[in-house]
Design a protein around this ligand. Sequence first.
Ligand code: FMN
Length: 200
Amino acid sequence: MDIFQAIEQRRAVKHYQANTKMPEADYQALMSAVLLSPTSYNIQHWRFVRVTEVEQRENLKAAAWGQAQVSEAAELFVLCADVDAWNDRPERYVANSPKETQDMLLPMMYGFYNKKEQIQRDEAMRSCGIAAQTMMLAAKGLGYDSCPMVGFDREKVAELIQLPKGHVIAMMIAIGHAEKAAYPRAGQLPLSDVLVENHF
Ligand SMILES: Cc1cc2nc3c(=O)[nH]c(=O)nc-3n(C[C@H](O)[C@H](O)[C@H](O)COP(=O)(O)O)c2cc1C
C-alpha cells in the first residue's frame, strides 16, 4: 500500500472482529517495521507489552473503562518506555558506529540528559509516540485497523503489567480487523490554524 493511502485510511477503529489472530508473519513484519522508528541518539526507549492472555485482556479492559477494542482486537500492545534508557549501557545505541563517532556521541548524550528529568521523560514519550505511528501505519499496510488509547486508569494498568521502576506508560494500541468502520472524521483543523511561518 502507498504510504499516503495508509495515512488516509488509518482511522481509530473501536470495534473488531473478535476471536481472530494475527498470523506470525504479519506480527513479525509489524514489529520489524516498528523497530526501525527513529529516536533521539538512537536510544530506543520503547518497551512493548504484547497482551496475549484472555484474562489479562479482560483485566485491562476493566481498567480501560470497558472499551471493547481492548478485548476484541487480534493484538493489544501497551507501549511503555524506559525513562532511564539514556543511561543504561548507552554504548548499545552506537554499537555499529565508527569509534570516533562513539567517542563523540556518548558524552554528548550523557550531558544532554543527565539530571534533566523532564527532558528524559519527554524523550521517552516522544520515542513511543513515533513508534506508535509506525505501528499503526505498518498495521494499515498489512491490512489491519488500529486504535491508540489513553482512556484507562494508568495506575491500575501499571499494576496489571507490573511496570518496572523508571518506566512510564505512553498508550495502548489495539490492532485487528474492523467489525464496524470508524465514525466519520470529527473535524480536522485547517492548516492555517496550526501553522505559522518563522515564529508565533
Ligand atoms: C494518544 C491517543 C489516545 C487516544 N485514546 C483513545 C481512547 O482511549 N479510546 C478511543 O476510542 N480512542 C482514542 N483515541 C483515538 C482518537 O479519538 C482519534 O485518533 C481521533 O479522534 C482522530 O480520529 P482518527 O484517528 O480516526 O483520525 C486516542 C488517540 C490518541 C492519539
